[in-house]
Ligand binder design. Structure first.
Ligand code: DGP
Length: 114
């Protein structure tokens, strides 16, 4: 497990508002929400960035996206819609180096991002 704040959340060493969990993925509310619904989906297996993912991680990456979709459906967000985002490294705006998918929903989201 990588030593990031998200690793500590997985190990329940720091509190988080956990809203989703299965064998591979944990989902919890972002501390600094950018939309009425802003949940982070992280693999329990630590992987720093999308750039560190290889062919062996294909299934895990799919599971992360499917977790976000399952949660959105379950919360009644899917019909109006939502966005999933993975930030990678500096220009992508990544600040926590444990791969995560942002789920943003609950308002119309602008495009392109700033
Ligand atoms: P990114 O910029 O893509 O690396 O997103 C990291 C997100 O993680 C950012 O939106 C804020 C959130 N975050 C950082 N520290 C914590 C924390 O301790 N708890 C929670 N719930 N979210 C955090």
């Amino acid at each position: 497990m990588g030593d990031t704040i998200f690793g500590k959340i997985i190990r329940r060493e720091v509190p988080a508002d956990i809203v989703f969990e299965n064998d591979d993925v944990l989902g919890f509310r972002d501390l600094n929400p950018q939309a009425p619904v802003h949940v982070l989906f992280i693999p329990k297996k630590a992987l720093p960035t999308l750039d560190d993912a290889g062919p062996g991680d294909a299934e895990l990456l799919g599971k992360l996206q499917l977790a976000a979709a399952e949660y959105a459906r379950q919360e009644g967000l899917a019909e109006q819609g939502y966005r999933t985002v993975i930030n990678c490294n500096e220009h992508g705006g990544q600040t926590v180096f444990h791969l995560h998918v942002h789920l943003l929903a609950g308002r119309r989201l602008g495009w392109p991002p700033g």
